[in-house]
Design a protein around this ligand. Structure first.
Ligand SMILES: Nc1ncnc2c1ncn2[C@@H]1O[C@H](COP(=O)(O)OP(=O)(O)OP(=O)(O)O)[C@@H](O)[C@H]1O
Length: 233
């Protein structure tokens, strides 16, 4: 699905202090693309992802994802939008420790109206043979694969990834990037990746840079490189 944001503003109030997390942020992401969002800590990257994903509300401006305009949605409609169209992946995998791999992914399946097949999804992320393991029995990369399966099984139109490789070493991180690229190509999922790792921009179709809540730069990559070729930092 394509994503449009037009002059989006979002402020957080903490006590006496107002933090302007997004300032007139506008962007356009065509359907079926991979986009990397770069920027220093506190520049508004997560806030941007959260308002696009319907986790957070914004104060003004407009966001449209596919045919859905998020501006005026009631809470219930926003929840439906999030359930049916959006998958989230975080740096911390947020798996439930008392559930097995398959049970964790089942949590995602139950949220969706049109879920994908469990076996197929776990095979796609290479975790079918470990479906009865618990998160504590898995490596970081494997846990992130399970988190991706949990997002993927919902059959989301957009996949929002907040530092998906932030806790992983280079080799494991690149394997996760390969998986995200595979998801993009196989399912046509639009993928947004927030990262501090500038090199990940090399594999994206386009790159957005944020600073102090503003989108200060965006450009398209003529020739995205393969995930294993990105410069790791
Ligand atoms: N729930 C909140 N309450 C108050 N302030 C917040 C909240 N969430 C974010 N902020 C502030 O909004 C600004 C943007 O935060 P955001 O998390 O979007 O930045 P970021 O670019 O994702 O940072 P990082 O790379 O460190 O995750 C920061 O100044 C942050 O402190």
């Amino acid at each position: 699905m394509a994503i449009f944001a037009n002059q989006v503003n979002k402020a957080y109030q903490s006590g006496e202090v107002t933090v302007q997390a997004l300032r007139q942020a506008s962007l356009e992401v065509p359907d079926k693309k991979i986009v990397t969002i770069l920027g220093p800590s506190g520049s508004g990257k997560s806030t941007l992802l959260n308002v696009i994903g319907g986790i957070d509300r914004y104060d003004s401006g407009s966001i449209k994802v596919g045919d859905t305009v998020l501006d005026q949605l009631k809470d219930r409609q926003l929840t439906d939008y999030r359930r049916n169209f959006v998958g989230f992946i975080f740096q911390q995998y947020n798996l439930i420790p008392t559930l097995t791999v398959e049970e964790n992914v089942e949590v995602g399946r139950e949220l969706s109206q049109q879920p994908l097949d469990m076996k197929d999804t776990l095979e796609k992320v290479g975790m079918w043979d470990k479906k009865n393991k618990f998160p504590s029995q898995l490596s970081g990369g494997e846990q992130q694969r399970v988190a991706i399966a949990r997002a993927l099984i919902k059959n989301p139109q957009i996949l929002l990834c907040d530092e998906p490789t932030g806790a992983l070493d280079e080799e494991t991180g690149k394997n996760i990037l390969k998986l995200l690229k595979f998801v993009n190509e196989q399912y046509g999922t639009t993928v947004l990746i927030i990262t501090h790792n500038q090199g990940i921009g090399e594999m994206a179709h386009s790159v957005i840079r944020m600073k102090s809540g503003e989108i200060v730069d965006s450009y398209e990559n003529e020739n995205p490189v393969q995930p294993e070729k990105v410069t790791w930092s």
